[in-house]
Design a protein around this ligand. Structure first.
Ligand SMILES: *[C@@H]1O[C@H](CO)[C@@H](O)[C@H](O)[C@H]1NC(C)=O
Ligand SMILES: *[C@@H]1O[C@H](CO)[C@@H](O)[C@H](O)[C@H]1NC(C)=O
Ligand SMILES: *[C@@H]1O[C@H](CO)[C@@H](O)[C@H](O)[C@H]1NC(C)=O
Length: 223
């Protein structure tokens, strides 16, 4: 992990490895208790999922996928002894902004207790995958998640802690779409982070992935 969490958080991680497993289980169970109105769910049930931008406009489609997704799988390089150096993916809740106002930046709320944060402290390079399979778009059209028609994106970059200036944006983006986050135990030392995107692949049609540059991606609007 780039930034001030490096080092001290690693020591913390080592000391807290066993409780971390318990914490992870608690996290998995928690949403069942305190479920708020999650946005893509609301979009789905209310039939309000915005229409997919034209597939020939790859940057807009990529921004659309990022914006409507509430979670993704983040792959890091493992530091666990049994699988050291192997790719290791875990599910992460994320948000690029309030509904209808996405910035394109995937923000995360992370704890040093998470295995993937330990991995990131050793190597901040990571790859995030998000798919419209988590919305009703693919089910409605009968697209299998592996079909490129079920649009999905692969974003590589480095995970960095957000600075003081950006914390408010990250917090607002995440808490409005993941209301239970504000009740996550403060003892877990949660902090805001983001993916600094360097490479983008979009799969939204046959013929192989489309490359979108970060410049094109941030310049586009998903509407
Ligand atoms: C904080 O991060 C933002 C976004 O990366 C950047 O524009 C800004 O200059 C940074 N502020 C400081 C004080 O480093
Ligand atoms: C984001 O990545 C770019 C390209 O690797 C790099 O130049 C920039 O310093 C990074 N920004 C942060 C906040 O890490
Ligand atoms: C940025 O967006 C504008 C308006 O959609 C477009 O005309 C322009 O080509 C885009 N530039 C880049 C670098 O993608």
């Amino acid at each position: 992990m780039a930034g001030p969490v490096h080092g001290s958080a690693r020591a913390l991680l080592a000391a807290l490895l066993a409780p971390a497993l318990v914490a992870l289980v608690a996290l998995l169970v928690a949403p069942a208790r305190g479920r708020g109105g999650r946005d893509h769910g609301d979009w789905d049930t209310a039939g309000l999922l915005p229409p997919l931008p034209p597939r020939e406009d790859a940057a807009r489609v990529a921004r659309f996928v990022t914006h409507v997704c509430d979670w993704g799988a983040l792959a890091t390089i493992s530091t666990q002894e049994a699988v050291r150096g192997w790719a290791f993916a875990d599910v992460l809740s994320l948000s690029d902004g309030p509904p209808g106002a996405g910035s394109g930046v995937p923000y995360f709320y992370l704890s040093p207790m998470q295995q993937l944060v330990g991995n990131l402290q050793e190597n901040p390079s990571a790859t995030l995958t998000m798919s419209l399979a988590q919305t009703n778009f693919c089910r409605k059209h009968g697209f299998d998640p592996q079909s490129p028609l079920c649009a999905h994106i692969i974003l590589s970059g480095t995970v960095t802690k957000v600075n003081e200036t950006e914390v408010d944006v990250a917090k607002q983006s995440l808490f409005i779409r993941h209301p239970e986050m504000k009740d996550w135990p403060s003892s877990h030392s949660w902090f805001f982070a983001k993916l600094n995107i360097t490479n983008i692949w979009l799969l939204d049609y046959f013929g192989g992935p489309k490359i979108v540059t970060p410049e094109e991606y941030y310049n586009a609007t998903f509407q």
